[in-house]
Design a protein around this ligand. Sequence first.
Ligand SMILES: [Zn+2]
Length: 102
Amino acid sequence: MSALPELCGHAELQERFRTAAATNRLPQSLLLHGPEGVGKQQLALWIGALVLCDAESGPRPCGVCTACRRVGALQHPDLHWFFPVSRPSGSHTPVYPRAPEA
Ligand SMILES: [Zn+2]
């Protein structure tokens, strides 16, 4: 079972990113934008796993190697997860979103 969150509806993007990574043409930075709930965070995690996966054969990311498991848990030391944090009006306490479900 994969340690990465399920990624639905991005098959074409996944293939483009996989090809770009395999040919060392993956950009150094990517901006993912779109409506809420379309899977941008899951796609970003998938891309992180694609880059960091330790699998020596088979499709990448494998979803089961140590690197993929750490990415899925947001615990890989080379994965830096940045996101905007909302703060309710009048509050000094930010509201942190939860990590995507694996
Ligand atoms: Zn892997």
